[in-house]
Design a protein around this ligand. Structure first.
Ligand code: SF4
Ligand code: SF4
Length: 213
């Protein structure tokens, strides 16, 4: 039996997708294994996909054109390894420079730097926020869970970058209301066990899902 399963609820005629933890020992990898088929599913309603149905991998509409992605720490390390570059070069070449000055590790956007010919070029390694966002209605608790995981992962990247001396904040860059929202969230998360788990983990399988429930 899978440690995490997908369930469906109906709310005012709308189908909401959710997840159910079937086993206390489930890891973040178990959740990702249960979730990935939703990304590939062309039958479920996806609000922004062409004709409301597409696999995210093939989607030509692309939320990736405007996404605000602060990669989780596992993805950050794996993408840098895949590109065979060190972290300082990774940050210099692939992240939005004015956001770095504001203290935020945001992938270069509009469109995302990894979007090539309207397809994600690092699909198997993409960050948690990219994996979890599927533009379909979700059960409230599931939505809360996936954002909590994504924010903890992003906060861990920020903490890691600070510890490694990779973030040179000048403090004099302008910050949008979005930036401030994210900075506040990252501050809220940084001293939690969830962030600690990301800092200690090598893979998603090392991170217990129950930390986020
Ligand atoms: S990393 Fe890939 S999935 Fe994520 S925003 Fe960029 S192109 Fe899209
Ligand atoms: S979540 Fe993004 S990539 Fe997936 S179908 Fe919606 S718009 Fe397309």
């Amino acid at each position: 039996m899978n440690k995490v399963s997908i369930c469906q609820n109906e709310d005012h005629g709308k189908i909401l997708l959710g997840i159910k933890m079937e086993d206390e020992s489930a890891s973040l990898q178990d959740l990702l294994d249960a979730w990935q088929p939703l990304c590939d599913d062309t039958l479920i309603h996806k609000e922004y996909a062409a004709a409301f149905h597409d696999a995210c991998k093939a989607c030509q509409v692309n939320c990736c054109n405007t996404a605000y992605v602060i990669p989780d720490l596992i993805a950050f390390k794996k993408i840098a390894a895949h590109l065979t570059i060190g972290y300082p070069d990774f940050i210099r070449q692939y992240f939005q420079q004015d956001k770095l000055a504001a203290g935020l590790l945001r992938l270069s956007p509009d469109p995302c730097i990894f979007l090539q010919e309207r397809i994600c070029s690092i699909y198997e390694l993409r960050s948690l926020i990219c994996r979890f966002y599927i533009c379909t209605p979700l059960h409230g608790e599931t939505e809360e869970l996936i954002y909590k995981i994504s924010w903890a992962g992003g906060a861990a990247t920020q903490v890691f970058a600070e510890q490694q001396g990779l973030l040179n904040q000048t403090g004099n860059s302008s910050r949008s209301s979005f930036d401030l929202l994210f900075l506040n969230l990252l501050e809220e998360y940084r001293h939690t066990k969830m962030v600690e788990a990301f800092l200690l983990a090598e893979n998603y399988a090392d991170i217990p899902l129950k930390l986020f429930l």
